[in-house]
Design a protein around this ligand. Structure first.
Ligand SMILES: [Zn+2]
Length: 235
């Protein structure tokens, strides 16, 4: 191609890209494994499933639901050539689009919302942080909150590495002000955390259409939710 770029550089990029792809594929396969185990364990736990996830597993019930949903749709995802988790969320959300976001069957407000086992083919409804059922067309965006969380985790890792370097008096870090960095990274983390999908918009019930409060998105952040009057929250 061009003289300035050697074959070695090109080959290196190709190889690294393959590693990125392999990493995504591996994460996807492991998510599928978790989904399988969760799906198989659920019937054995009669009524204790939610508690088990909440108390013993390192992720939220919503995440468990997503893993199981990905597993339940494995054949569909396979034929759609999906091999990354983020693509699976988008694909599954797309699949549900024609379904009206009308309130599904009202769950009873106890811990066993995920039961009973009478609907094996259908996964249980995902809920937002305010315990509202997330309309199908918004499930994908709520699931993708993890992407923003990992951005915040990346900047946090920069802070941690700098702290370590300061601790051992690494001369290269001599002129870096830890307090200033801490404040700035704190701001960056706040920007990401405050922008996470938190709840379905109470003004439009998630429909988004013509909603000026959520600007058509159908969802709101924790800040937006806190500013929502209590009487609006019972939709
Ligand atoms: Zn709205």
């Amino acid at each position: 191609m061009t003289e300035a770029i050697t074959k070695t550089v090109t080959a290196e990029i190709v190889q690294l890209h393959q590693q990125v792809f392999d990493g995504l594929k591996m994460a996807y396969d492991r998510a599928m494994d978790i989904g399988k185990i969760l799906s198989e364990s659920k019937p054995k736990l009669k009524g204790q499933f939610v508690r088990w996830v909440e108390e013993d597993l390192p992720f939220a019930v919503r995440t468990a639901q997503i893993y199981m949903e990905v597993y339940a749709n494995r054949e569909k995802l396979k034929s759609a050539n999906v091999c990354a988790l983020s693509d699976a969320y988008i694909y599954l959300a797309e699949q549900k689009k024609p379904v009206e976001p009308s309130e599904p069957e009202k769950p009873t407000k106890d811990t066993d919302v995920l039961e009973p086992e009478s609907r094996p083919a259908k996964t249980d409804p995902a809920k937002d942080s305010a315990d509202q059922i997330i309309p199908n067309h918004l499930v994908g965006i709520f699931a993708r909150a993890t992407e923003l969380r990992s951005e915040a985790a990346i900047v946090n890792a920069v802070l941690q590495r700098t702290k370590e370097a300061k601790k051992i008096d690494d001369p290269l870090y001599m002129y870096i002000s830890l307090s200033m960095l801490e404040a700035e990274i704190g701001n960056v983390k706040r920007i990401f955390n405050q922008s996470l999908p938190f709840a379905v918009c109470a003004y439009c019930g998630g429909r988004g259409t013509d909603c000026t409060t959520c600007k058509g998105t159908g969802w709101t952040t924790s800040v937006g939710w806190a500013a929502t009057p209590e009487e609006m929250k019972e939709f």
